[in-house]
Design a protein around this ligand. Structure first.
Ligand SMILES: O=C(O)CCC(=O)C(=O)O
Ligand SMILES: [Fe+2]
Length: 219
């Protein structure tokens, strides 16, 4: 059956996305955001004109290889003082740009598909990876809520390193492709994860870049 025919028969096409459970509480929705990718990448560029991508300092004195910006009521930042969420962009002094309503809906819908009803994100961290950029193994634990994290990937492919609750747990290497969405919460909320160095390349929608959006409840 052709993809088009499948969609025509499915009353809720977005629910036809292929689902892969990574663990209890952690679901990969392959290509779930593919249909809205061009619009979302356009929005990322608009947001970045208001709150530019920047490479943040780490508390240890280093510099992150990933460039970041944020939208929503609060945004994540890192500097010599540590990691935290703040209501204003420290670079512009202005509130972070609002979270587009369509983004919020996509995140709520993906969370629901993974079994998390009532997810209400108040922050979206936008990561920009150039070839060579990576994100070391970490847990997402700067949020004051244990609501799930919803992650949306666009552009160049990445290898998502998915571990366990201990840093030393074995890592699985999961390819994340353009339009893929991952939701992790519940018993998987504090699983260690990271991104291996992005390989050189260009993507038709994003150019030489990978974007990752993570929707979070910070309060
Ligand atoms: O880029 C990704 O897919 C993951 C990003 C991430 O883990 C984070 O921003 O905390
Ligand atoms: Fe993370």
């Amino acid at each position: 059956m052709t993809r088009q025919r499948e969609l025509a028969l499915d009353p809720q096409p977005s629910m036809a996305t292929r689902r892969e459970w990574l663990d209890d509480g952690a679901l990969l929705l392959r290509g779930h955001a593919g249909a809205v990718a061009v619009d979302m990448v356009t929005e990322i560029k608009r947001i970045a004109r208001l709150s530019p991508f920047r490479r943040m300092a780490t508390p240890g004195g280093g510099m992150m290889s990933v460039a970041m910006t944020c939208c929503g009521a609060r945004g994540w930042c890192s500097d010599g003082q540590g990691y935290r969420y703040v209501a204003a962009d420290p670079q512009t002094g202005q509130p972070w740009p609002p979270m587009p309503a369509t983004w919020r809906q996509l995140a709520i819908h993906a969370a629901r598909a993974a079994g998390y009803d009532g997810f209400e994100p108040d922050s979206c961290l936008i990561n920009g990876y150039r070839p060579g950029a990576r994100m070391g193994l970490h847990q997402d634990r700067d949020e004051r809520s244990d609501a799930p994290v919803v992650s949306v990937s666009f552009g160049l492919p990445a290898i998502f390193q998915w571990g366990g609750l201990r840093r030393t747990d074995p890592l699985r290497r999961i390819p994340l492709l353009h339009g893929d969405v991952v939701v992790w919460g519940g018993v998987s909320r504090y699983v260690f994860h990271g991104i291996a160095p992005i390989r050189a390349g260009t993507h038709a929608v994003t150019g030489p870049c990978r974007y990752n959006l993570t929707f979070r409840r910070t309060l």
